[in-house]
Structures are given as C-alpha cells and as structure tokens.
Design a protein around this ligand. Structure first.
Ligand code: ATP
Length: 221
C-alpha cells in the first residue's frame, strides 16, 4: 500500500492503571494502540485532525523504518529509523512489520516495535491503516482496538473524493474498488470493535471521540 496513505499517531494521556498491573503488562493493557481504518475519502484525516486539536498536547507519530538514506537535516529516529536493506528484509522475514512497501528502490514500513515504542513512552498510538494492515495488526500481540469509519454510501464517498480534488480518474476508480473490499471485510463481526458512519461530520466526530476516549480509560483493561 502507498505509505502516503499511512498515518500513525500517538497520544499522551493519564492512564487508568490498576495497582496490580506490572510494568510489562501496562503497555498491552493501558496504552492500547487504536487502529482506524476505512475507505480512502471516508474522512479519517478530517476526524483525526479534530481529535488531535481537542487533545493538543496529546498526539504524536510512530516512526517508520526506511532503507533510503537520510536527507540533509533528517535525523535517525526522528523522521525515520534509517536501516540497511539487510536489516529491513530480515525484519520482513520475521513478520516484524505491520505494513511495508517499496518505492523508487527503497523500502518503507511500520514495524510492530515502533508501535510498542509509543506505548513505552506512555502514549497511545493511533494507526490509520488499510485492511491488510488491520489484518496484520491482529496477528501481533499489540492488543489494539479497531474502529472502522464507513461512508454513508459509495456514491457519497465518490462525491467526497471528487470534491477533495486530489484524484485522477484512474486513482479514483482504484480507491472505489478498494472501498468495496474494505466494506465487505467490515461486515465480518470480528473485524472491528466499533463502526462509525461518517454521514454528519459533527455526529461522527463525537461518536469516534467518545469511543477513543472511553470515559478517560482509552480502552485500558
Ligand atoms: N461528514 C462529512 N461530510 C461531508 N464531507 C466530508 C465529511 N467528512 C469528510 N468530508 C470530506 O471528504 C473528503 C475526504 O476526507 P479525508 O481526506 O479526511 O478522508 P480520508 O479517509 O483521510 O482519506 P485518505 O485515506 O485517502 O487519506 C475531504 O474533502 C473532507 O473534507
């Protein structure tokens, strides 16, 4: 998948942690990553932007791995974790990536470890990913929560994508085809913990935010 459509964020919050939780279980029970998926153009960026604005000091990014060389001004561990091709492919073989892709001869990916690092910093990682990434997260021990953002209809999704003015006719068609797959997958009861239909933006935002915040527990178990 194009990494341009991959966004990973993390959130600071004051966790609800029971006294009996050991430090090692805190990461998997208190700082649970949140996976937000849904067809391109459903409004994920729009809603996440609002969420981050409402919690201004709370959100950050998880860091992707890449085999490309750092550009001037880029720092290892800040923009990317810069790794060798050998190390990258080794991690691929070990199933260490949630998503990875190749562009212009370089590899890019989001590792399971990078998401765990966010929890180590006592932040919640929000992963904005596509269906294949969702399935991959389920194969890990990240103990994530899954939210699917659905469009009111495919017709409205097409209108929004056209309205955004970012697509060619070809990329639009590709996104609509992929949307059908995502919507099919979302019908499986075990696919997601929460489905929000983005019809009225205000209503969808409140529903998404309330589920994410979870009365201040952010899904802590
Ligand atoms: N409830 C809504 N009603 C009307 N328009 C909306 C609504 N939600 C989002 N939009 C518009 O739909 C377009 C697509 O939204 P956005 O870019 O947030 O989607 P996305 O899911 O992040 O897409 P991608 O995965 O391709 O980045 C934007 O122009 C946005 O302003």
């Amino acid at each position: 998948m194009p990494l341009s459509s991959f966004r990973a964020f993390s959130a600071f919050y004051r966790p609800f942690v029971r006294a009996t939780h050991s430090a090692s279980t805190m990461a998997s029970t208190a700082y649970r990553p949140i996976v937000i998926s849904g067809p391109s153009g459903t409004g994920k960026s729009t809603l996440l932007k609002r969420l981050f604005a409402e919690y201004p000091d709370t959100f950050g990014f998880s860091i992707s791995e890449t085999t490309r060389s750092p550009r001037p001004g880029e720092q290892d561990g800040r923009e990317y974790n810069f790794v060798t091709k050998e190390a990258f492919l080794d991690l691929v073989a070990k199933n260490g990536f949630i998503e990875h892709a190749q562009f212009g001869g370089n590899y890019y990916g989001t590792s399971v470890q990078a998401v765990k690092n966010i929890a180590e910093k006592k932040r919640i990682c929000i992963l904005d990913i596509e269906m294949e990434g969702v399935k991959q997260v389920k194969r890990t021990d990240l103990n994530a929560r899954f939210l699917f953002l659905a469009p009111p209809s495919l017709e409205i999704l097409e209108q929004r994508l056209r309205g955004r003015g970012t697509e060619t006719e070809e990329s639009l068609q590709k996104r609509l085809d992929q949307a059908q797959n995502e919507l099919e997958y979302a019908k499986q009861p075990a696919a997601h913990d929460k489905i929000v239909v983005n019809d009225d933006l205000e209503k969808a935002y409140v529903e998404l935010r309330d589920w994410v915040v979870d009365g201040g527990k952010f899904g802590a178990q």
